[in-house]
Design a protein around this ligand. Structure first.
Ligand code: ZN
Ligand code: ZN
Length: 201
């Protein structure tokens, strides 16, 4: 919650403030990437008093943690999220006129934010801004080669990794048997035979 009492209600009044808050729970894209709960979030805010309320413009900076969608390694990225929203006085309509019964048009009010006793809640705004600023498919680096589609090894650890165009079921056997030929393959019952064959040569 942020206080606008110091700002006052005179249109045109400005207030800038910086504040570090602790990240609320589930700040980010759930299960993909987000700011850990309790981690510092630096806020830079500019409050401007306007006719119908307080216009809040700001930037949030934090470190987000997640997992690379290609290679599944943990990753950390610096997040910068901009936001702007008008918090209306509960007794004013869009043009700042005082209305008799605030909130009687519930549907219209759904997308609007209101000041409550001069206070506003930044959290919903922060959540939306953070989600928009985060990548839906975070990668550890732009050219992350990901995992081998055949054996799942991390290709970044092993750039020359490749498989010959053989049936995947023979791949393990072939690795043990070394220079085995097609003819010999039929005579052998398994990996053990392959090793023996190699030693004889
Ligand atoms: Zn990666
Ligand atoms: Zn592989």
């Amino acid at each position: 919650m942020f206080d606008t009492h110091e700002l006052g209600r005179r249109p045109g009044a400005l207030q800038r403030l910086t504040k570090t808050i602790e990240a609320p729970k589930d700040l980010g894209i759930q299960g993909v990437v987000g700011v850990p709960e309790g981690a510092p979030v630096e806020l830079e805010l500019r409050l401007e008093s306007v006719m119908e309320g307080v216009l809040v413009t700001g930037t949030a900076r934090a470190s987000a943690e997640g997992e690379c969608v290609r290679c599944l390694e943990p990753l950390e990225l610096e997040l910068e999220a901009d936001f702007q929203e008008l918090f209306s006085y509960p007794d004013a309509d869009d043009r700042g006129r005082v209305i008799a019964e605030p909130g009687d048009d519930a549907e219209d009010d759904e997308d609007r934010f209101f000041l409550e006793d001069g206070l506003f809640d930044l959290e919903p705004l922060l959540r939306d801004a953070v989600v928009l600023a985060l990548p839906m498919q975070p990668v550890c680096r732009e050219d992350c080669p990901g995992l081998c589609s055949e054996c799942g090894v991390r290709l970044a650890d092993d750039p020359d990794h490749h498989h010959d165009a053989v049936d995947i079921r023979w791949a393990a056997l072939q690795g043990l048997a070394g220079t085995m030929t097609d003819g010999e393959k039929d005579e052998m019952s398994g990996a053990e035979a392959g090793v023996d064959e190699k030693q004889e040569k």
